[in-house]
Ligand binder design. Structure first.
Ligand code: ADP
Ligand code: MG
Length: 349
């Protein structure tokens, strides 16, 4: 029996620096300011071309820290026992539970994404995420749940058990919410909103691989995000694309960094809310470009669950810019497929 467990989350963001160095046409004429740290069990990094004028730099850095700490430890973490999310998860069913503005917004978007993806994205899949060993609890010694166990946990899954009013939630079943598939994207959006309010014209914001990009890099060059090769070794660039000065959000999802293997079977952290099991198809990674990082984050996760064919079909139907990487059968190779809308980003304008 072999087991490989990889739990480092890093993708497009760090590679961007590399890509920028390799593909830039001219040497940068200005410096970039970069601020980095950890949040949500992963890393974050922001890069700006000019410092905001409205406040001293120390205050700016502190505000970023405060914003992320609030979203992570106070609100959306299942790893912190008294976070808002943990309290929602242990609150009784069929009672009105008050929500913070941010939680109400994320839950509303999560339910919208569930409806849009036919339930492939579902934040109530938490009990199964935990049982398969991808949540805050220690992995069970009986690694693979029995069908009876899965069935019992599935009874608690279903976004339709979430009744959202303006600022309250009623759980109509004993659901357990896991926001790992959307919270990082939401954090990126919140940072972008804050940066916009400070009139920062050019930025690159990244939390755990989910991005928001605006404006240009020094030297008036496009930010060049890189698509990571879906392998669990050192990060490698698979392809690159260009923001071309547009404000875009980019999120990626993959089954190659967060998984375990048992008896030669690969168990991914993406759980199909219908079967209650990790997905097993040949889709290795998906990247989505959208105006909102939270949406892109949720959609990338949903496409990983739906698989290459159904996922691609939906992305195309939504006129979304999406890039799919599938494992080639019987070899180490990959095949790429992207929607019509993505073509726009593959060329520097
Ligand atoms: P990453 O964390 O690598 O960016 P994703 O954005 O795809 O990856 O989020 C995957 C996480 O979302 C899983 O680790 C799990 O906590 C949660 N999750 C798994 N399956 C689903 C699903 N079907 N719907 C919503 N969230 C899910
Ligand atoms: Mg996601």
């Amino acid at each position: 029996m072999t087991e490989i467990l990889r739990r480092y989350s890093l993708s497009i963001a760090l590679l961007v620096v590399l890509a920028a160095a390799w593909y830039s046409r001219a040497p940068a004429t200005q410096e970039l300011y970069e601020f980095a740290g950890t949040t949500m069990g992963t890393t974050y990094s922001v890069k700006i071309v000019e410092l905001p004028t409205a406040l001293p730099v120390e205050e700016f850095i502190q505000s970023i820290h405060v914003l992320l700490t609030r979203l992570d430890r106070e609100q959306m973490s299942t790893y912190v026992p008294n976070s808002e999310l943990s309290r929602l998860n242990t609150s009784p069913v069929n009672t009105e539970l008050p929500l913070s503005r941010e939680m109400a917004e994320v839950l509303r978007l999560a339910v919208e994404m569930s409806e849009l993806t036919g339930g492939a994205f579902d934040v109530t899949v938490g009990p199964l995420v935990n049982r398969w060993g991808f949540g805050p609890e220690a992995r069970s010694t009986a690694r693979i749940p029995t069908q009876d166990e899965i069935q019992a946990l599935l009874a608690r899954v279903g976004y339709r058990n979430l009744q959202l009013q303006d600022a309250t939630l009623i759980k109509t079943a004993d659901v357990y919410l896991d926001l790992s598939g959307i919270a990082k994207g939401y954090a990126v959006d919140q940072l972008a909103e804050y940066f916009d309010s400070l009139e920062i014209a050019s930025y690159f914001i990244e939390v755990g691989g989910e991005l928001r990009i605006k404006g240009y890099k020094p030297g008036n060059e496009s930010w060049v995000p890189a698509i990571e090769k879906p392998v669990d070794t050192v990060p490698q660039i698979h392809n690159i694309f260009y923001a071309n000065g547009e404000s875009i959000a980019v999120a990626g999802s993959g089954d190659y960094r967060n998984y375990f293997e048992e008896d030669g079977v690969h168990y991914s952290h993406e759980i199909d809310p219908v079967t209650g099991k990790p997905v097993t198809h040949n889709l290795a990674g998906v990247y989505v470009i959208d105006h909102s990082a939270a949406r892109a984050d949720a959609l990338a996760t949903a496409f990983m669950v739906m698989g290459a064919d159904k996922g691609f079909e939906l992305a195309q139907r939504m006129n979304l810019a999406a890039y799919f990487i599938t494992k080639r059968a019987g070899s180490d190779g990959f095949d790429d497929r992207y929607t019509d809308r993505f073509t726009h980003y593959l060329q520097e304008q």
